[in-house]
Design a protein around this ligand. Structure first.
Ligand SMILES: *[C@@H]1O[C@H](CO)[C@@H](O)[C@H](O)[C@H]1NC(C)=O
Ligand SMILES: *[C@@H]1O[C@H](CO)[C@@H](O)[C@H](O)[C@H]1NC(C)=O
Ligand SMILES: *[C@@H]1O[C@H](CO)[C@@H](O)[C@H](O)[C@H]1NC(C)=O
Ligand SMILES: [Zn+2]
Length: 456
């Protein structure tokens, strides 16, 4: 078939399958002003009558609530009756989804670019093409398969081919609807390979990068074809009625991969109800995607000095530091919390320099909500990866998951700025030197102490 026709058909297929329509769904912004407001909103969240975009409910923080057209009256009356000011911020959710699904119309735009959101097939084809064009440094990696038998695919970028290299693991798309993360990560890959900026070249070449743009391919595809707001994977093992929450039973066809990892699994901020967005699965590591990621990361540790585990999510503009279940003085539970915090703060400050986008830094419990069973907490708590951080990228909720495609590049640029800084500070603190395990370090400390004693 002519590629042009094929392309056209693909475009039609993407927008015409029987996707859930969010036509006339509204989004309200609510800012709880008192503890009582927080209690009311938390109760409303638990009742599941409305679709919360945010699960962090705190005094003076925005909460976005999506409301079906037929529930609009109900919602507004309720908000008024409890004295909560709900401001209508999005009139029609579907129009934002349509804008995000917009395809390049002309033949000349067929080249992969970051003007629109790519489908899984487009991303995978592009990875193959990149691997072919840069075969001296790039290899395709396949870390596992999904329950719908899709490959979880990524690339490895290795410039120096060292025996025991410094390694970084970078992933996005663990949550299906967070489209900005695969888009950002493919943009980063492109920069790692083609940028002529010295700082970016150092970042790209000093570390062997293992990069997974879409860690949840089934969910990602489903968010294109069927439900734009899908978050979980597509494991149907726990299919059940969701009538008790007033939801379509399809809600039970998936597990929240970022609650499924085997570190403090199911202790806080996760659910055992398959109909919820945060269903953690029947047991820790019940899911192929989380097992694949964990095994891959452990494998990297055998290949060299794995210093980075960086996860990308959206939205909220945060750099989260492990552990997600601790706040206040307990943050020191992570052995190198001080270093991580310093690295994150400096990276966030650097990110702000380009477009004045502000990020907050802290543990999830402190600045978002308590969570357990997440991938990055596992990477710190079980795998002991030194530098583990989680980015929640743009925006602050103006568009949320429906971020316009025009923001892909600016978002990616500022993230890259912050990664350059992140790497600079990490190196400055000395994490590169942990290479080939602590024995060298121990030996050097021994020599240093001997020297000091000798001099004295
Ligand atoms: C989910 O499915 C698994 C596998 O079939 C089963 O062992 C488990 O009991 C189910 N759990 C829930 C909460 O439904
Ligand atoms: C940058 O953002 C901050 C807070 O978001 C705002 O107060 C400030 O005016 C902005 N500065 C510029 C130059 O836009
Ligand atoms: C470094 O030395 C300490 C104390 O002797 C020891 O507990 C630790 O295991 C050593 N680290 C490594 C990685 O060998
Ligand atoms: Zn997420």
């Amino acid at each position: 078939m002519d590629t042009k026709i094929k392309l056209l058909l693909v475009s039609i297929a993407i927008v015409c399958v029987n996707a859930i329509s969010y036509q006339n769904y509204k989004v309200y912004n609510v800012v709880p002003k008192t503890k009582e407001d927080v209690t009311i909103l938390k109760k409303l969240l638990d009742e599941n009558k409305y679709f919360f975009w945010d699960y962090a409910i705190k005094v003076n923080y925005d909460v976005k609530i999506m409301v079906a057209p037929e529930k609009q009256d109900d919602f507004e009356k309720y908000a008024e009756s409890v004295g909560i000011n709900a401001k209508l911020v999005i009139e029609d959710v579907q129009s934002l989804i349509d804008a995000q699904l917009k395809r390049p119309s002309s033949r000349t735009q067929q080249e992969y670019n970051w003007d629109y959101y790519q489908t899984l097939d487009e991303i995978y084809d592009w990875l193959d093409k990149v691997a072919e064009e840069h075969s001296d440094v790039v290899t395709i990696i396949e870390i596992g398969r999904t329950v719908e038998n899709r490959v979880i695919k990524g690339i490895k970028i290795d410039y120096k081919k060292q025996e025991r290299p410094t390694i970084g693991f970078l992933k996005g798309g663990l949550h299906a609807r967070e489209w900005i993360t695969p888009a950002t990560i493919t943009w980063l890959i492109n920069e790692f390979l083609n940028s002529e900026d010295t700082n970016v070249r150092n970042l790209a070449e000093n570390v062997v990068w293992h990069i997974i743009p879409v860690a949840n391919p089934d969910g990602y595809v489903y968010s294109f074809t069927s439900d734009r707001m899908w978050r979980k994977n597509r494991n149907r093992a726990n299919f059940t009625s969701c009538a008790h929450l007033g939801l379509n039973d399809d809600m039970s066809n998936g597990i929240d991969l970022n609650r499924n990892f085997g570190y403090l699994w199911m202790t806080t901020g996760a659910s055992q109800d398959p109909c919820t967005q945060t269903f953690a699965g029947p047991v820790a590591f019940s899911e192929l995607e989380s097992i694949s990621i964990a095994n891959y990361v452990l494998g990297l540790q055998r290949q060299g000095n794995l210093i980075y585990y960086l996860g990308f999510h959206s939205y909220s503009q945060l750099i989260l530091v492990p552990y997600s279940h601790v706040g206040g003085a307990d943050v020191l539970a992570a052995p190198n919390y001080g270093d991580l915090f310093e690295i994150a703060i400096k990276s966030a400050a650097k990110l702000t320099e380009r477009y004045n986008t502000t990020y907050r830094v802290g543990t999830s419990a402190d600045i978002l909500y308590e969570v357990s069973g997440s991938g990055f907490d596992w990477a710190k708590g079980q795998a002991n990866v030194p530098i583990v951080l989680l980015y929640e990228v743009r925006d602050l909720g103006q568009y949320g998951f429906l971020l316009p495609a025009e923001q892909i590049i600016p978002n990616s640029e500022e993230v890259l700025d912050s990664l350059v800084e992140l790497d600079r500070v990490t190196r400055q603190i000395g994490y590169y030197q942990y290479q080939n395990s602590g024995q060298i370090l121990n030996l050097s400390i021994f020599l240093l102490i001997s020297t000091i004693l000798f001099v004295m």
